[in-house]
Design a protein around this ligand. Structure first.
Ligand SMILES: NC(=O)c1ccc[n+]([C@@H]2O[C@H](COP(=O)([O-])OP(=O)(O)OC[C@H]3O[C@@H](n4cnc5c(N)ncnc54)[C@H](O)[C@@H]3O)[C@@H](O)[C@H]2O)c1
Length: 384
């Protein structure tokens, strides 16, 4: 099969590596010659390390690299069976690229976008045959993250959807099916992990390191919210929150935080700038003395908000309960699926925590999902 990739930034390069590793013939197109050169040499370095670690032989690595052609000639994508676009997040530019791609591939070829925040419907609308356009959303870094969200637009045909899922499954990824709604599953359901942590900090309940410790020590999360925001970059994480907030017609559940906005404005972007919530030059922040009880309170509050978000995504039929849990385990490395976690803790306990937050703050942000209220009344669970 011939796979076309448009854009060879962090995502396009990673997706090309995934496809070539799965023995596909890959053509990577980018308008920027420097970006192409950089992508090619970075891939060589990645494989040199993988050879050193004994993951691949020299021959296997050469075969994979040899399957990828880098080009700044768009026509080289002609005849591709599937093209995955991973360029700058601009609707106008993406639409113009899709229009050009349409003229190069056959009518039954798949045209996919890796967009994180634009609707697939709006990208597909630029095509004459919009039934072959679908969202295929990889996570960063694509070779390491198992999850891929598959998003049909209203116009996507079921044949294209099935074919897209089969291809990505055959590349060894875990696919979930999700409605064309803001943030899809992961970037929607994960919002409280950052938003509620920032809010707890802003209220003066605890410092960054304490909130991180609560999520790691009590909840078993691999990284705390502030460590993760520093890792992702405060600029990127803030923009995702703001985009989701606007796309949900300013639902207060997704309200961005001034703390993060100021960090971003100040250039305290996190690891990539050497300073974010933590100082990466001398690791200056320390947790200090904090009681076990406070750690549990922080964890319970953030987890209840995450579960509420997952339950609400299910309430609105964004995805199946199985896919929502899979997405959060494989797209964000959460220790457990949020809905299974809710079953374990008890739906009523989660509902009580949310009701108590709602009563304390009288804010719509803390409204429990109708699904949790219904389930608590019925005494039902998500899975068992
Ligand atoms: N970075 C992430 O964590 C992440 C995760 C999932 C999805 N995404 C989505 O993937 C897409 C790409 O993100 P990225 O982080 O890899 O971006 P990036 O900035 O690293 O790379 C974008 C590349 O696209 C190229 N490009 C720009 N306009 C082009 C055009 N008209 N034709 C061909 N190439 C063009 C640029 O030269 C650049 O090399 C975006 O839609 C983003 O929302 C990003």
């Amino acid at each position: 099969m011939k796979v076309g990739i448009v854009g060879c930034g962090s995502m396009g390069s990673g997706i090309a590596q995934v496809a070539a590793t799965a023995k596909e013939t890959v053509v990577v197109y980018d308008t920027n010659a420097n970006a192409l050169e950089k992508a090619e040499s970075s891939l060589r370095k990645i494989f040199n390390r993988l050879i050193e670690k004994g993951k691949y032989t020299e021959q296997e690595a050469n075969d994979i690299i040899g399957r990828i052609e880098y080009t700044n000639t768009l026509e080289k994508l002609s005849g591709a069976d599937i093209v995955i676009e991973a360029i700058i997040e601009s609707l106008e530019i993406k639409q113009s690229v899709f229009k050009q791609l349409e003229g190069l591939v056959s009518k039954d070829a798949i045209l996919a976008s890796n967009t994180s925040s634009l609707s697939i419907a709006s990208i597909a609308a630029s095509c004459e045959f919009s039934s072959r356009v679908v969202g295929i959303h990889f996570f960063n870094p694509a070779p390491l993250m198992k999850l891929v969200e598959i998003i049909p637009a209203v116009s996507t045909s079921s044949a294209i959807l099935t074919k897209a899922k089969e291809i990505i499954d055959s590349w060894g990824k875990t696919t979930v099916l999700v409605k064309d709604t803001p943030g899809f599953i992961v970037n929607r359901v994960a919002r409280p992990f950052y938003g509620e942590a920032l809010r707890i900090y802003e209220e003066g309940i605890a410092n960054f390191a304490t909130i991180d410790a609560a999520m790691k020590q009590v909840g078993g999360f691999r990284m705390g919210p502030f460590e993760l925001m520093d890792y992702i970059g405060n600029d990127i994480n803030y923009t995702v929150t703001e985009t989701v907030f606007k796309a949900f017609y300013y639902d207060p559940r997704y309200k961005p935080s001034f703390t993060q906005k100021r960090m971003s404005e100040a250039g305290y972007l996190g690891r990539k700038s050497g300073k974010g919530y933590y100082d990466y030059s001398d690791n200056a922040n320390s947790q200090g003395e904090i009681s076990e009880e406070v750690l549990e309170e922080i964890f319970n509050r953030i987890l209840a908000m995450l579960i509420n978000e997952a339950a609400d995504a299910l309430f609105w039929n964004i995805a199946s309960k199985e896919d929502i849990d899979l997405a959060m385990r494989f797209g964000t490395n959460y220790p457990k699926g949020l809905l299974a976690w809710a079953d374990e803790i008890g739906i009523e306990t989660i509902l009580n925590r949310l009701n108590s937050l709602y009563e304390t703050y009288c804010e719509d942000r803390y409204r429990p999902s109708p699904l949790l209220r219904k389930m608590a009344k019925e005494g039902s669970t998500f899975f068992s």
